[in-house]
Design a protein around this ligand. Structure first.
Ligand SMILES: CCC/C=C/C(=O)SCCNC(=O)CCNC(=O)[C@H](O)C(C)(C)COP(=O)([O-])OP(=O)([O-])OC[C@H]1O[C@@H](n2cnc3c(N)ncnc32)[C@H](O)[C@@H]1OP(=O)([O-])[O-]
Ligand SMILES: Cc1cc2nc3c(=O)[nH]c(=O)nc-3n(C[C@H](O)[C@H](O)[C@H](O)COP(=O)(O)OP(=O)(O)OC[C@H]3O[C@@H](n4cnc5c(N)ncnc54)[C@H](O)[C@@H]3O)c2cc1C
Length: 676
């Protein structure tokens, strides 16, 4: 039995165009995978897990998903996830979140499933916000999946502004219960994944009311369905919200309460509490109840980076087997990957995938530090991480959407077919622009932090600036880009600093002219979001440089340096107008950046396929595995796309019969009538 991935594995019968690409690689893809995933162990475990999964037929899709109805998709995703759970203890280390994440993406794909949020959004807030006693009561049951849960925060009328959530949890002194109530249609919970039909429990976010005083959003553990019959409990209205752009294997739902009572002990009370007599015990930080959102946002860069990497794996492999048009040699058409425009479409996105994954691992570590600190009562890191993850979440999701869309277009017509799998990846990834905080709203959260930091610097207190924003007080010294990455960072720092200062000054001028603070903020909002994006892009660049600096293997370091240089030039070119505006960048420097960019594309070209192979997605994960059934076929590792596209088309239910009812019922009569 061959492993699913061997370094530069050349298999008999693979498309020779892809084989040729793999032979030209200057580095070892297994070693690169170790760098991408942060350790030899995780990279190896991913391969081992993929290999083990490929030997278990029931973990493959039993039907091509795009041809299924929503009910069938939910049934299929539930079949797979429950089958997977049976196998899990044998396949992964159950305490290793990275292994769990990998195996779920491998088996479940992008369509969603009724347990996805159980692990990512139901258990984590219980862990973070629940007391030891509450862990004792629910955590074991949740981990064993005796109960299934979701996270119900967003409402029909409010998602971004959670201070205005209308679901109430009113403390009843006489019964020592909370009474959950949905006062209006707008207050219905709306969107939570797996809420509609699958979950029997939910962490519900509701406004806590004690003696008519509103204490804002708090988290409550709520049983919503009977554990035996799975019927909704009396006082609860719950259901599915209908088909979505993606995630149609999951049942995002609505939820309403009609004076539904839960015990006092169901307020998740590790950090805050309501005593028997109604006394409210404050948490150590005002926004403690938002900590779960910081956690999810901190994981989004790595997650989105791998989404984009999957789309790029499909597009780059396909571009190496797709031949169309001529360059110099008129006797053979070229691989479309040889066109500079194709490279410009795909390679900067490959660089961003690497950058996001590197940056993502850093933010996950930062969150873990925060979590440890919070557990010992120190909340001082929360504001910084909130600001940082707000920006990263927004920039990364938007750029991932851009990258995946370029990958789709790079596949021409076949990219538009669901056989490419790219539309599914796209639909899922761009959900990230909205969920976990709408991007503009989150950019404006970071902007609050930037404005406060600029104000500190202006007040002559640069020493008070955190390390993330220290550059806001740096002097402007012209840089020579020829000297390398540090000069690029300095150029970016200048651009980002200038935009933050300009936006802050504009905001101040508005207020000085008599406009109220909120109105002034709104009148500067576009400029403020620009500052946030620039600051975040600078941060991502810095993490990329840090990661490349830390690599010892020379062949890996060289190719990643090429990729990093591409990233630096592409990013700087994209924002160059900010530096041209004040003369900090000269037009000669602009020309230099462009030339560096084009030369980076050429340098990366021979390694392009191996750079995406290094992500080590299996054919199953890319839904390109014909052996297991007729799925999306464009990103196949063996490169045999055409015959598999034809097989895919033949498997369409429309082709199971020669003459469709649409023809007999409508087209034939129309044509017959026309003959009369
Ligand atoms: C697979 C998909 C799964 C999807 C799941 C979901 O989508 S689940 C649903 C996901 N839903 C969402 O993601 C909803 C998105 N909305 C939100 O998260 C909040 O409504 C908000 C943060 C936008 C505003 O909140 P607000 O009106 O309460 O606050 P404010 O603006 O008045 O600022 C006051 C101060 O608080 C600070 N601060 C704020 N947050 C934090 C924090 N976490 N930590 C630390 N600090 C924080 C802020 O910086 C500011 O500090 P400053 O400047 O005064 O020093
Ligand atoms: C796939 C998916 C899964 C989800 N899963 C869950 C889940 O499991 N649990 C859950 O509770 N929720 C979930 N959600 C809901 C999600 O968290 C919210 O939709 C999201 O937070 C955005 O809020 P909103 O819908 O109120 O958008 P809105 O805030 O209504 O956004 C509409 C527009 O208004 C703008 N806007 C709003 N406020 C401001 C402001 N202050 N300044 C400037 N512009 C503003 C936004 O930028 C946007 O352009 C999910 C959503 C999706 C799409």
């Amino acid at each position: 039995m061959t492993m699913v991935f061997l370094n530069k594995e050349i298999r008999d019968g693979d498309n020779p165009d892809l084989t040729e690409e793999r032979k030209t690689a200057t580095f070892d893809t297994n070693k690169m995978a170790e760098v991408i995933y942060g350790s030899e162990k995780l990279a190896r475990r991913r391969r081992e897990i993929s290999q083990a999964v490929s030997l278990i037929p029931e973990l493959a899709d039993s039907k091509p998903l795009p041809f299924l109805s929503r009910n069938e998709k939910i049934l299929e995703s539930t079949r797979k996830v429950t089958a997977l759970n049976e196998h899990l203890p044998r396949l992964i280390n159950m305490n290793d979140e990275d292994e769990a994440w990998h195996i779920h993406s491998e088996v479940i794909g992008f369509e969603g499933n009724p347990l996805a949020l159980h692990h990512s959004l139901f258990i984590p807030p219980l862990v973070i916000q629940g007391s030891d006693e509450q862990h004792e009561k629910w955590l074991g049951r949740a981990k064993r999946r005796e109960i299934i849960g979701c996270y119900a925060q967003t409402e029909l009328g409010h998602g971004s502004n959670i201070r205005k959530l209308e679901t109430t949890a009113t403390y009843s002194l006489s019964t020592q219960e909370f009474i959950l109530h949905t006062p209006t249609i707008n207050a219905l919970k709306w969107w939570p994944g797996a809420l509609g039909k699958s979950s029997n429990h939910a962490v519900v976010v509701a406004s806590l009311i004690i003696k008519e005083q509103n204490y804002g959003p708090h988290l409550f553990m709520v049983q919503i369905r009977d554990e035996q019959s799975h019927e909704p409990l009396p006082g609860i209205a719950v259901g599915d919200i209908g088909p979505k752009m993606a995630f149609n294997g999951a049942d995002n739902g609505f939820l309403g309460f009609n004076n539904f009572r839960i015990p006092r002990g169901n307020l998740l009370n590790r950090h805050c509490n309501v005593e028997v007599d109604g006394t409210y015990v404050r948490p150590p930080h005002d926004k403690m109840n938002y900590a779960g959102m910081i956690r999810v946002r901190s994981r989004m860069a790595a997650e989105q980076g791998t989404f984009m990497a999957q789309a790029l794996t499909i597009a780059v492999r396909y571009s190496a087997v797709r031949r169309q048009g001529f360059l110099e040699n008129k006797s053979q058409e070229v691989k479309v990957l040889d066109y500079q425009t194709q490279q410009h479409r795909l390679f900067p996105a490959i660089a961003r995938s690497y950058a996001f994954i590197f940056c993502g691992f850093e933010t996950i570590q930062k969150y873990e530090t925060l979590q440890n600190e919070m557990n010992s009562g120190n909340v001082s890191l929360m504001a910084d991480l909130h600001a940082l993850t707000s920006g990263i979440k927004s920039v990364v999701t938007y750029q991932t959407g851009e990258g995946i869309e370029q990958a789709r277009m790079a596949c021409g017509g076949h990219g538009y077919s669901m056989a490419s799998y790219i539309s599914e990846i796209y639909g899922c990834a761009i959900g990230g622009c909205t969920y976990e905080g709408e991007n503009m709203v989150m950019l404006l959260q970071l902007a609050r932090y930037l404005v406060k930091s600029v104000e500190l610097a202006m007040r002559g207190k640069p020493g008070d600036l955190g390390p993330m924003v220290a550059y806001l007080a740096y002097p402007d010294i012209k840089v020579d880009l020829v000297t390398g990455p540090e000069a690029y960072v300095k150029m970016f720092q200048h651009i980002s600093k200038r935009q933050s200062i300009k936006a802050t000054e504009k905001f101040h001028r508005k207020m000085e002219s008599g406009v109220s603070r909120d109105e002034a903020w709104n009148q500067c909002a576009v400029e403020l979001t620009r500052a946030s994006r620039l600051h975040t892009r600078l941060y991502i660049i810095e993490t990329f440089i840090r990661r490349v600096d830390s690599i010892e293997d020379l062949s890996i370091k060289m190719v990643l340096t090429d990729l990093m240089n591409l990233h630096l030039n592409y990013e700087l070119l994209d924002v160059a107008s900010y530096a041209l505006e004040d003369g900090f960048m000269s037009s000669t420097q602009m020309g230099f950046i462009k030339n560096q960019l084009y030369s980076s594309l050429e340098k990366i070209r021979p390694n392009a396929v191996s750079l995406v192979d290094s992500f080590q997605f299996s054919d199953l994960q890319l839904r390109s595995n014909l052996l297991n059934f007729l799925f999306q076929v464009l990103g196949r590792r063996d490169g045999h796309v055409y015959q598999n596209l034809f097989e895919w088309a033949k498997s369409s239910p429309l082709n199971q019969t020669e003459v469709l009812p649409s023809v007999t019922q409508y087209l034939k009569p129309m044509m017959e009538k026309a003959k009369l």
